[in-house]
Design a protein around this ligand. Structure first.
Ligand code: 5GP
Ligand code: ZN
Length: 111
């Protein structure tokens, strides 16, 4: 086990409810959902946050962004969804492994 919760989930060492997996990224259900559908899209590679990205991550980030509507559709979110990325303590990031929140269900309130 590493010290990183999401590395352990990606490696299958900590259980999670996966809804999507490929060679670069996975998506699983958030343990404390803030909407009817609340998923986390997570790179297999450990990158702590947006602050740690460099140009070697460009293809990975593009891949994860393009996954969002695909996974959302698979979850029945035909009318749209919300994406949130928290960065660092000031952004409310609790898990220091980059992740994209994907939320949807009944129309979400304005932000
Ligand atoms: P952050 O605040 O870092 O952007 O979001 C971390 C998210 O991870 C939170 O929404 C939290 O509910 C979720 N989370 C924390 N621990 C676990 C866990 O063990 N399993 C799953 N599936 N989600 C978790
Ligand atoms: Zn990690």
């Amino acid at each position: 086990m590493t010290a990183c919760l999401f590395c352990n989930i990606v490696a299958g060492k900590t259980p999670a409810q996966f809804v999507y997996q490929d060679e670069l990224a996975v998506a699983f259900k958030d343990i404390h959902p803030k909407a009817r559908v609340h998923l986390l899209v997570v790179p297999r590679l450990h990158v702590a946050s947006l602050d740690d990205l460099d140009n070697t991550h460009d293809a990975l980030m593009a891949h994860m962004i393009r996954l969002l509507p695909i996974v959302a559709r698979e979850q029945g979110l035909a009318n749209g969804f919300r994406t949130i990325i928290n960065t660092g303590a000031g952004g409310g990031q609790e898990i220091a492994h980059l992740h994209l929140h994907l939320l949807g269900g009944p129309p979400l309130p304005g932000f």
